[in-house]
Design a protein around this ligand. Structure first.
Ligand SMILES: Cc1cc2nc3c(=O)[nH]c(=O)nc-3n(C[C@H](O)[C@H](O)[C@H](O)COP(=O)(O)O)c2cc1C
Length: 210
């Protein structure tokens, strides 16, 4: 399946990384688009190099190298390339995940005032009645942000906050992240083994920090 993955400038770049890892490990073809602010957060949170990288494209490539199980299955998409195939309803892609999703991108999508590829793909998913999952990470939330979430939900999108459950007994940061990513893949109807389902025996963790 062809899936679009947007990574924006909210905290939680690891959500996007684990999503890329799970999607490519499952054999999906991923159109990956990282906003400039997303690259800043990746640089800060995952590369430990602060939020002002010398090159956004270098950060994008290193992120892909870190997380893609099958690099050939990833199309790195420029946020300004609104002419790429994912930008059209005729592309046939029917699933998009934005993880993490900044409140800025949320607002753009909610109001149909996009100016980059991530906004455009979200708009296409809504108009084509495809699946759109946005994973915002912000707290507390303003009335504007809450209303934007309502608007996206009313238009057919799914708001899936980066809000891990603790009932599955997480032991690592990866466990927490994988819980939320797994919930997003559930909504997209993509098989995964990212967390143990309630009532099932616990599976071994995959985290590096176990
Ligand atoms: C280190 C860092 C952390 C940030 N964390 C968040 C956050 O958790 N949630 C959020 O909505 N914005 C956050 N921002 C602000 C967004 O990056 C900013 O609104 C940006 O314009 C979003 O652009 P984008 O939606 O095109 O990625 C953060 C910015 C930086 C530099």
């Amino acid at each position: 399946m062809r899936i679009f993955l947007g990574v924006t400038g909210a905290s939680g770049a690891l959500y996007g990384g684990r999503a890329l890892n799970a999607l490519t490990a499952a054999g999906h073809h991923v159109g990956l688009c990282i906003s400039d602010a997303g690259a800043r957060v990746i640089s800060h949170e995952l590369l430990g190099e602060g939020p002002r990288p010398a090159s956004y494209d270098d950060v994008r490539m290193r992120f892909t190298d870190m997380f893609a199980q099958a690099p050939g299955a990833v199309d790195m998409l420029d946020p300004d390339d609104i002419a790429c195939s994912f930008a059209s309803g005729s592309s046939g892609a029917r699933a998009a995940l934005v993880a993490p999703c900044s409140t800025s991108t949320l607002g753009r999508i909610a109001h149909g005032t996009g100016d980059n590829l991530i906004h455009r793909v979200a708009e296409v998913m809504l108009k084509e009645r495809g699946q759109l999952v946005l994973m915002p990470r912000e707290t507390p939330l303003s009335l504007i942000q809450l209303r934007n979430m309502v608007a996206v939900t009313e238009a057919g999108g799914v708001i899936l906050p980066a809000s891990p459950g603790l009932y599955a007994g997480p032991e690592t940061i990866d466990d927490l992240i994988d819980f939320v990513v797994g919930k997003a893949l559930d909504v997209l109807r993509i098989d995964h083994a990212l967390f143990t389902r309630w009532g099932e025996p616990r599976i071994a963790t995959t985290g590096d920090d176990a």
